[in-house]
Write a protein that binds this ligand. Structure first.
Ligand code: NCD
Length: 454
């Protein structure tokens, strides 16, 4: 699991946070499931596990399930809860930064923070400033790791395993943070992923690239129209790999005929995150009803949804034994009890932690800014210093350490010498050092006072 420091400028002090599903190793996730199994046997039997601890829930966006299940979890563990359920009732409306709020809450008010925020990367930013563990309860369109734990736990209970499951992710894949965290986890547990996006709301490229490059998972893709045919049983429906990749572990490099779906994971259109203009269009959004589920490939498909639902999921399915969504929500309590108790050091972690990603990083104020206009590093410029993880290969790629959005850069330099170079694949070993700085282009480097190295 990733360790964070309290303040980027303060002396290092370690703790554990849950910002991304990537902060947990597979064995740790299994351990959380084991603990959740125990808690579920009698939810009332655990009030001696965390007495005296306080959970601070800070919700800058609406929530029913996530906030209440976290609060219920802490109360069931014998602890207490303080809560900001609406940012409008907090000093955020007076202009207080997240960095300040978090340091206040983490001072003496609480022992663990659960944060939901509208900005991508807000949870990482908060974790950097917080002296106590921070749990990401959804940061913009970025990630929602504890929802993924509920989703995986429910699916594994229903199907007995995650390995080899064919999971269709359908709807707004662009803005659904639950889908992003889930896709990474499914890939790590060796499930197969099929993306069926609503047109214009495709999975972001920073997610699919990571699936390929880091997890060797090639998501397949179908259009909504092709997917709808699955219900007609007239013809085989073909799903093509998003982009055939030589390193892919998925043996299918051409179209596949999907004979069975193990789980159909739906998301609502996340209209609150739609850009004005093109994305406003949500007519023709998918709707799953009883009739659709009569087709052979969907006979044993579990219907999953993080909720809340809008029109995409017909209420007539609520009593269908394949419907898992109320179970996903209910299991949120034992799962979050396990997460909270573990982060407070009251439950041992199972197995090895996730290994830290290697590779150079930048942490200098000079150079590029994140390209994602909703990134917290742009909203709290004076506090969230730009940080990037660098991949130097054929191209030089920078991934924002807050929101994970990627950009291609063409030059790199060094803050101490204030010199820079044009990037070429042959110079990749030079991309290193504590004072590494990246630039979009030469002009930007020169504008920032850097000199070109021959
Ligand atoms: C999700 C969220 O907030 O991202 N809800 C949840 O936490 N269960 C999904 C959504 O709002 O669509």
């Amino acid at each position: 699991m990733v360790e964070s420091t309290v303040d980027p400028k303060a002396p290092a002090r370690t703790k554990r946070d849950l910002v991304s599903i990537e902060d947990l190793s597979n064995s740790e996730i299994e351990g959380l499931f084991d603990a959740a199994d125990k808690f579920s046997n009698d939810l009332k039997a655990w009030s001696q596990l965390c007495p005296g601890f306080i959970l601070g829930s800070l919700f800058h966006e609406p929530s029913t399930r996530t906030r209440l299940s976290f609060e219920s979890s802490m109360l069931r563990l014998g602890g207490g809860v303080i809560s900001v359920a609406d940012a409008k009732s907090s000093s955020a409306v007076k202009g207080e930064t997240l960095a300040d709020t978090i340091r206040i809450m983490g001072g003496s008010y609480a022992d663990i923070i659960v944060l939901r925020h509208g900005k991508d990367g807000a949870a990482r930013h908060a974790a950097n400033y917080s002296p106590i563990p921070v749990i990401n309860a959804g940061d913009g369109a970025h990630e929602h790791p504890t929802q993924t734990l509920c989703d995986l736990y429910s699916l594994r209970k229903a199907k007995g395993t995650l390995t080899g499951q064919d999971v269709v992710l359908c709807g707004d894949l662009k803005h659904s943070r639950t889908v992003h965290s889930l896709a990474f986890a499914l890939a790590r547990f060796k499930a197969n992923i099929v993306c069926v996006p609503h047109p214009g709301l495709e999975m972001p490229s920073y997610v699919t690239r990571r699936l390929r490059d880091e997890f060797r998972c090639e998501p397949h893709r179908a259009t909504l129209d092709a997917f709808r045919k699955l219900g007609s049983e007239l013809d085989a429906v073909y799903f093509t790999p998003e982009s055939p990749h030589q390193l892919s572990w998925v043996p299918l490099q051409g179209p596949v005929d999907l004979k069975k779906v193990d789980a159909l994971y739906l998301t609502r259109p996340q209209t609150e995150r739609f850009a004005s203009g093109t994305e406003k269009e949500k007519t023709g959004y998918f709707r799953v009803d009883r009739e659709f589920l009569t087709s052979e490939p969907l006979r044993n498909a579990m219907i999953m949804h993080p909720l809340p639902r809008t029109q995409e999921l017909a209420p007539e399915l609520d009593a269908d034994p394949r419907s898992l969504y109320f179970q996903q929500a209910a299991l949120g309590v034992p799962i979050r009890m396990a997460v909270v108790a573990s982060l407070l050091g009251k439950l041992p972690w199972k197995g090895k932690p996730q290994s830290e990603k290697s590779g150079p990083r930048t942490a200098h104020g000079d150079g590029i800014r994140c390209e994602n206009s909703n990134c917290i590093s742009l909203a709290e410029k004076d506090y969230a210093h730009p940080r990037f993880r660098v991949t130097a290969g054929e191209e030089l790629r920078a991934r924002c350490e807050y929101c994970d959005h990627e950009s291609l850069v063409t030059a790199f330099g060094f803050a101490q010498s204030r010199k820079f170079r044009r990037y070429e694949a042959s110079s990749k070993s030079l991309v290193a050092g504590e004072d590494l700085v990246l630039f979009d282009n030469e002009k930007d480097a020169q504008a920032q006072g850097y000199q070109l190295l021959a």
